[in-house]
Design a protein around this ligand. Structure first.
Ligand SMILES: [Zn+2]
Length: 76
């Protein structure tokens, strides 16, 4: 793992502290604070991507359920 030089970071709650880690936790509000500002956006993008995949799977399963199970029952 890359060693980071101590850097002053500021949480979105306003609490500032020094960190040497990629991601650390705010002592005041327990929120994640990132060493690199861009990592926060990358993390958010990854979360959105995962949510999108889950929604696609749920939609697909709902479609399969409607086509294979619900439709034959309704038309019987
Ligand atoms: Zn905070």
């Amino acid at each position: 793992m890359m060693s980071l030089s101590p850097k002053q970071v500021t949480c979105r709650c306003g609490h500032s502290f020094t960190t040497t880690r990629d991601r650390s936790w705010c002592e005041k509000c327990a929120d994640a604070v990132y060493y690199h500002e861009k990592d926060k956006n990358k993390h958010r993008f990854n979360s959105m991507y995962v949510i999108g995949i889950i929604l696609a799977v749920v939609t697909f399963l709902t479609y399969v359920f409607m086509e294979l199970i619900a439709s034959p029952l309704l038309s019987a």
